[in-house]
Design a binder for this molecule. Sequence first.
Ligand SMILES: [Fe+2]
Length: 383
Amino acid sequence: MQDFKFHIQAPVYFGHGTVKKQADLIASYGKRALLVTTKFPQGVVNQALEDVISVLNDKGIEYRVFDETEENPSVECCVRIATLAAEFKPDFFVGIGGGSSMDASKCASLLLENHITDDDAAYELLWKNPPRDAWRRPYKCTPVICVPTTAGSSSEITGFYVISRKDTNSKDTPPVIIFAEAALLDPAYIKTAPQFVLDTGAMDALSHGIETSLNVNSNFMNRQVAMIGFGLFKKFKDHLLSGELTDEDFDNIMLHSSIMGMAFYQAGTLLPHGLSYYLSHDKGLNHGLACSITQGEFLRAVPDQSLVTPILEACGFKDIDDCCDYFREIVGRNVHISVTEEECDAWAAHFMKYQAHRLDRFPGHMDEAGLAGIFKRSLKSYM
Ligand SMILES: [Fe+2]
């Protein structure tokens, strides 16, 4: 067997009512907590936040709530959280929400550790002068507990966090690995999510699994873990499409996301994630849907289809056409954009200039014309 590294760190507590069941664990992190979340629409209860607050009150833990986390949190937003943290001096953070809240908590914890409360110093630390070797091994800072309320990004599992940066007008992962101290997964929190949120989260997680399985840098372990994820996807995929999800489906959707996080953290993603950035940036598409748009045509472009077949089978697709139809249906009901052939050509050219490193992980040859072709075939109905 090939040498490999397999790194997961956060203990996962999965189950209904897990936040309250882990009250002692939460209390073990100290007497002051900063809760990082997003504002919910009027009339919608943030049940995860309510549960965390209930535990903190029971345990006599003082807390503050920052509920202004942006979608795709910016450096500036993380600095605001870190500034609040510098005043409040929390013993731990709790990131409650989707990837944005969890990512912002991790980044704010890093900034707090380094006493940073201004934007320029934050850019300097995150990208220009990060702590030495912090991309090799986890960086220790104020503990972050993650309570996801969506299933897709798996920030609760990985050492990554994606932050929007103004200096390059892009989203980026700082080269400083930060893991959650604990991931508290309660499938009840995703039960009230709109179909759109479930669709995009599930497509993001599935994309993580597919892309990392085909990544030449992957290994026996993370491919096997992704297989567990595909098996969960197979169980809920038809119900996700029809919108008739059962309690068991919600369990599987929640776990599918975290498991794919364990798989993709080891080797990273491939072409569809790279291609998705153009659709997100130029067309405003949500991340998971943007990744899934090119997924079917990406799979067709893998020269050795014997690598693809086991993935399709594990997911419960009859063949590649069945798989492409599935992605097309999920995307079709959520995505309403228009695209030109020229845009596809420009995106492919940009990819070759700035994301060519992703081609090294692809199991075969791929060039600019090939990438443009994937875009054009995937986006045919939007032209
Ligand atoms: Fe993703």
